[in-house]
Every structure is written in C-alpha cells, then in structure tokens.
Design a protein around this ligand. Structure first.
Ligand code: MRU
Length: 356
C-alpha cells in the first residue's frame, strides 16, 4: 500500500496541519491551520492544492470552523460560503462541501462537531483508496502500451497530479507509482507548468520516489510529442463536464492538441468526485483567473540558496493569468477512474450508472 512520505493534510487537535506546498520544492515546511480563515487562505494561496486535496481541506475546514465556534445553521452556512469562495474551478471543492452539508444539516447542533470530523476523515480515507484504484487501472493501460526505440515507457504529464495533490498516491502519477511498485520501468516527461511551476512539485515527488524524470519547458511538448518521445500523456483534472470536456491546469489543452496530431494517446486520470454531471459542457466550467503577479514575478533560490522573488517583465507590463483551460472531450483517449478506464463514448452511460 502506498503511504504518503509526508501527510499532505492531517487533523491536529481542533485544527489541521498541512504540508505547505508554496515552500516546495526548496523546503519542506508544515503549517498549522487553527481557524476557518486559515484553511480558506491556505486553499486560495495554494498552500494546499490539487483538486482532490482541495476537497479534503474544505471538508476539514468545516470541522475546524464548527469546533471553534457555534455549530448552528448560521455557522454552518458561513463556513460553507467562505470555503466555497476560495477556488472556483475544482469541482471537488463543491462536491466535498455539499457532502458535509448533507451529512451535518439534519443533525442537532451539539452532534455536528464530531460528525464533521468523522465525515472529513472519511473523505480523506476514501480519496486515498480512489487514488490506489486509479493507479491499478492506469497500470493496466501502461502495461498495454509499447515503448518505442528500445527505451523504457515514457509518459508526459502536466502540472502536479501526484500525491501532493491528493490524500493518497495521486491521480495522473498513480499509474507511474503502481508501475514502479511492480518493476515496470517508466520514465516521466515533466512539464514545468508556468506560471506556478507545479511541474517542479512533480519533479520533487518523482525524485524522492526514485522515478526517472526529465523536466521540460511547457513549449517543448509539441516537438517532443511529434518526435515520438512520449508513449502517452496522462494528466489530472479539476472538473470534467457531463460531455467529457475537461478543465485542468492551463497548458493541458495544448498538450492534448499536440498529442492528437502526433497520434499519442491522451488520458485524464480523475476520481468520480471530479466529474460534474451538472455542468453540461466545457463552456459552462468556471475558469479561475489568478493574479497577474504570478506571471510577472518568479520565485526561486539564489546562488546562496536563499529564497528570492524576481521581477520578469518590463515595468507596468500587464498580464493575463487564467489558471485552467478546457480540453474538448474529442481529444481525450480515455478517463482513468477508480471504477476503470472509460472512453468518451461510454461516459454518459457510465455517469448514469454511477448515479443510479
Ligand atoms: O492550481 P492547482 O495546482 O490546484 O491545479 C492542479 C491541477 O490542475 C491538477 O492537475 C488537478 O487538480 C488534478 S490533481 C490530482
């Protein structure tokens, strides 16, 4: 069984302790979140990030809020509203908050605190199990792929959809870890993922796990795919609409286009909590716009190893910063879920079956 090297999120008394991902890959730092506002800030500022982990953090945020104050309807409404406003695209956030609401609302106030911790813990445990199942189903796909040119299988990924983004072994990286566990050699092409550079989180994770990876600039993906240097692309997702259109970290769509042009399969790995049957198609998915400064500045370490923020652009430059893009379903070869690998054609039936 996969055990996270450091828990991404754990209960800590009446608060939480999270691995602060804004310090990675340079420094491992945990952060205690004692209040609802702390949890909300950690989600907005991407200290905890990745759709499944955002859902888990939000669920625990409700428990933290009720533990510290009233647990009546007004307090529940307030906590749900504060957390709901943190990040708009990852539907796992709304999914987890709706589940907390459904569980807690019917209970008398005095019973809500313990029930909130228990439900949040259940969401966390289930997330780890879903990741493991995604890993097992994705491994089946990897076994069936054929590497070219006598080299090990090579998978391209974007952003970070590894253990850092979940309560378990990740989504897009779960098949890689499963492959490694059974001795199937897989290398990973890791896309930097400007502007927040979550690809560096992926590099950090893979290095720690002893998985061979190569970092590339986002713009290199087209050429590398055209040259046949990846056997598959596997990415995570933040929201999958009813028709299969998929929102994921900005830059995903370009990889999907390039993969299709090169004849390379493009898979989306995600738990059912990322599917949103209530959103008909990609156009209806809200895309988070983040601060221009994420594009205009860059964080890193200087030659002495001290953290520095550098300005990149001409003074007064304007920047646009959509955090996600939407890949049309037609470009997706399949969805790797905890229930198996689903093709776009079978998605509607699959979702109907799950809801029944
Ligand atoms: O903005 P982020 O870092 O939260 O975005 C993360 C992604 O886009 C991931 O690919 C997605 O959430 C899936 S994580 C298992």
């Amino acid at each position: 069984m996969f055990v996270q090297p450091i828990a991404t999120l754990r209960r800590d008394g009446d608060g939480l302790t999270v691995l602060d991902q804004t310090c990675l890959p340079w420094r491992v730092a945990e952060r205690r979140l004692a209040t609802l506002e702390d949890v909300a800030e950690s989600i907005s500022a991407m200290r905890v990030r990745g759709a499944p982990l955002i859902g888990c953090a939000a669920a625990f945020g409700v428990a933290v809020a009720l533990a510290r104050g009233e647990a009546n309807d007004a307090a529940l409404d307030y906590a749900l509203a504060v957390l709901r406003a943190t990040r708009p695209t990852a539907v796992n956030l709304a999914w987890a908050l709706n589940r907390m609401d459904e569980r807690l609302r019917p209970l008398p106030s005095h019973a809500r605190r313990e029930a909130a911790w228990a439900e949040a813990a259940a969401i966390l445990t289930e997330d780890a199990a879903m990741c493991a199942a995604i890993g097992a189903h994705g491994l089946g796909l990897l076994r069936a792929l054929r590497a070219r040119g006598g080299r090990p299988l090579r998978v391209m990924t974007h952003c970070n959809a590894g253990w850092l983004a979940t309560a378990g072994m990740g989504t897009a990286l779960a098949p890689i870890y499963a492959a490694r566990a059974e001795g199937l050699e897989v290398e990973v092409l890791v896309s930097e993922t400007r502007p927040r550079n979550q690809g560096l989180l992926t590099a950090w994770e893979l290095a720690a796990a002893g998985v061979k990876y190569t970092l590339m600039a986002d713009n290199a993906a087209g050429l590398l795919l055209m040259r046949g240097e990846a056997d598959a692309v596997i990415v995570g997702a933040d929201r999958i609409a009813a028709n299969g259109d998929t929102a994921n970290k900005v830059g995903t769509y370009l990889k999907a286009l390039a993969a299709r042009a090169a004849g390379v399969p493009f898979y989306v790995a995600a738990p059912l909590s990322t599917f949103d049957p209530g959103t008909a198609c990609g156009e209806a998915i809200p895309v988070e716009e983040r601060a221009a400064e994420e594009v205009l500045f860059i964080d890193g370490l200087d030659e002495e190893g001290c953290p520095r923020r550098l300005s990149l652009a001409p003074k007064d430059a304007r920047a646009v910063n959509p955090a996600f893009d939407v890949t049309p379903a037609a470009l997706v070869s399949g969805f790797i879920t905890e229930r198996g690998v689903i093709g776009v054609d079978g998605l509607a039936d699959f979702l109907r079956g799950v809801q029944a």
